[in-house]
Design a protein around this ligand. Structure first.
Ligand SMILES: [Zn+2]
Ligand SMILES: [Zn+2]
Length: 275
């Protein structure tokens, strides 16, 4: 019979191994959000903002990519997503699909016509605000104002206990109450920080709302964290540290932690929302 202490030590070793395995293969550790690209529809680029804004949600064995602009045209097979979601049919969001796609592409009804021109094997239409589940990830498309010709949507994304809202191009969100309620992380349009890029076209507002205004939306709906993507020229030409400090101050004034996303940046949420 083994001494009591040895049995105790063996038991502790067993617990440690189970714990390590839990960390390595545990469900929480597999969830990953990656900013594949963070550049807006601009000519200039930098190492930090090289590719058109695109976002990847990885969950166990599956990957869902949101948007696929021109920059991704010959790079998509490297990402090899299981499915793609589209926010709107501007070239910096769908141009990468021009040569077609063997992966299923999901779109709200208003972008479907443009996508039908590409050789996409499986095009699935989802209705606005109707929740649908893909590989345990729940998506909901919300109509937003941005362009007269390319009607746009933002996505509410729920995975495990975390809720994200992803909207790379926006003037305003139509059903903002429902869209932003219970959101933990807002990922928004960085085309401009303070200057208004909103204009009127045939009585409709088009363009991009400053990130400062988007932070005020976050404040209104108690969203604690915001990421800037779809970065405008400002992020290429100006010193990003100074810009970051300015954005963090704007966030602090509104109770929101702000981060400027860059290509390849990940948001990790191991088992809780503090990751
Ligand atoms: Zn765009
Ligand atoms: Zn756009």
């Amino acid at each position: 019979m083994l001494p009591k202490q040895t049995i105790h030590n063996q038991h502790l070793t067993y617990i440690s191994m189970v714990w390590i395995l839990h960390i390595i293969i545990g469900k929480g550790s597999i969830i990953k959000y990656t900013f594949l690209g963070t550049r807006g529809y601009i000519e200039k680029k930098s190492d930090r903002h090289r590719r058109h804004s695109a976002f990847l949600i990885s969950n166990q064995d599956h990957k869902v990519m949101i948007d696929c602009g021109e920059d991704w045209i010959n790079r998509l097979s490297k990402v090899d997503p299981d499915a793609l979601l589209i926010t709107h049919a501007h070239p910096d969001h769908v141009g990468g699909l021009k040569k077609g796609a063997p992966w299923p592409v999901y779109s709200h009804p208003d972008a479907a016509d443009e996508l039908k021109a590409f050789e996409i094997e499986t095009l699935r239409i989802m209705e606005y605000e109707e929740a649908f589940t893909l590989y345990d990830i729940v998506f909901q498309a919300f109509a937003v104002e941005h362009s007269k010709r390319a009607a746009a949507a933002g996505y509410k994304i729920k995975l495990a206990e975390t809720v994200l809202f992803y909207i790379p191009d926006v003037v305003y969100i139509h059903n903002r109450e429902k869209a932003l309620k219970n959101v933990d992380i807002y990922i928004g349009d960085g085309s401009t920080v303070e200057e208004s890029f909103v204009r009127k076209s045939d009585g409709r507002l088009v363009g991009h709302t400053p990130f400062r205004t988007q932070l005020t939306w976050c404040k209104k709906f108690d969203i604690p964290r915001a990421y800037v993507t779809h970065c405008g020229t400002l992020f290429i030409e100006k010193d990003e540290r100074t810009l970051g400090a300015r954005l963090r101050k704007m966030g602090k004034d509104r109770g929101v932690e702000v981060k400027i996303a860059h290509d390849g940046m990940e948001i990790n949420l191991p088992t809780n929302k503090n990751g």
